[in-house]
Design a protein around this ligand. Sequence first.
Ligand code: FA5
Ligand code: MG
Length: 487
Amino acid sequence: MRVSVRSSGFVCTLCRSKQSRTVGAQWRRYYSAKESPPKTITIEGRTYPLDSHMNTPPAILANIPRRLHLQKDHPLSITRQIIESRFPDHKRHNALFPVVSVHQNFDSLGFAPDHPGRAPSDTYYINKDTVLRTHTSAHEADTFRANESAGYLISADVYRRDAVDRSHYPVFHQMEGAQTWDRRNFSPYVSLADAIWADVEALPKHDIDVEDPNPTIHPERNPLQRAHHSPEEVEAIAAHLKRSLELVVVEIFTHAQRAAAGTDETASREPLRVRWVEAFFPFTSPSWELEVFWQGDWLEVLGCGVTKQDILIDAGVPERVGWAFGLGLERIAMLLFDIPDIRLFWSKDARFLSQFKEPDGKGEESGMMWDVKRFQSFSKYPAAPRDVAFWLPSTTSPAGGQLPATSGVPRQFHENDVMEVVREVAGSAVEDVRLVDEFVHPKTGRKSLCYRVNYRSLERTFTAEEVNALHEKLRKRLTEDLGVELR
Ligand code: FA5
Ligand code: MG
């Protein structure tokens, strides 16, 4: 692929798309010390052509080989195995490659062409057709097509340009689960719905109080796929889905409370509160999210729903109907072990890693084998907050700023671009980044933003000089990359 380089940025000669200077400049800075940027990139032996859509920093790609969900004795791997123990008959897929096509990640799941999730402000692109998967659902269609089992689980690393705080990291891990029934095979029952209800009855019961105030089907908010399912079938599928996932939460909390019992009596007495809320995903209907009350707030742990029948039809299994879910392994592991900061999962510090142990030998299928201990936080090092205030680039629209552009179509400023620059300059030296002030100048219409960057190491105390140097570098890079004017 040939790419023409202009002083103001890059234009992809293949797709003729207008790329912001950020994307082109990043690509040039990361991947080229020489005159022209490289034409391809090789990731673990697989080679991809590059174009001006490339916005994935090397520091993000460097996480690919870590595979924390498979690392022995790692809390994410332990969490994965405890959840897997609730689905003993589901086929597991734990080594699927993270570079996927735009088709797999979005099109195959029915994402609209203008869905915000596709934007380069939210997703790491390798080229215009290739991304780092943003969710494990990227493998749904292929796994349904392979049709190897009625149920499956996929655990994997996923990548998103997102906020910087204690529960968000640009790389995290999800577990996808699905269960299907063949509508031609319901004997000895009189209907498919009856056959599914028999499976619901075969699941264990639990005694937790679950808030679930909404009807399973709501014509506007959570519609039935009328062409494909009867209301009775959806009631049965939803009951099976919800019970299966409530049992996951019960399993996790049983372990967490047992671990807490040894340390803190009040935590061990706090009853588990769980609620279902209505949700929307392009690939399920009806859809829900499951939230758990934890340390004073509702925490979303998973999304799920009745699989869109078009996905199963396109995958060549039109006779199958069923459910799917996707959960965040970090979120669950934070509840399970009481881990306060998502950056800790990436730590190579023995004070962190040595606290977690898988049981030896077999017994993976039995949750009772797990001896979970509550994480003993090592001492907290002081936070060093620094503010950075800037004017967004002048713009015809007084409402917001725009990134420098090459071909007349400017790209809107997006907060995730600030987050990305912070990650590049300071990596995991930053605990969180928050917008603390914004205003629009009454005369010029220019917009000013002020972000508070909270520098704090998990492993030691930073000196003021170190923090100042990082912050100065950040200020410089914000002007260079985003075209903002420091105040
Ligand atoms: C999804 O990713 C859907 N693919 C889930 C799904 C699968 C729905 C199958 C229906 C059927 P969502 O973007 O809400 O949905 O992410 C799912 C879970 O991942 C969240 O509930 C949360 O637990 C976790 N999660 C999302 N973003 C982050 C993040 N930046 N850091 C850590 N965990 C996250
Ligand atoms: Mg969600």
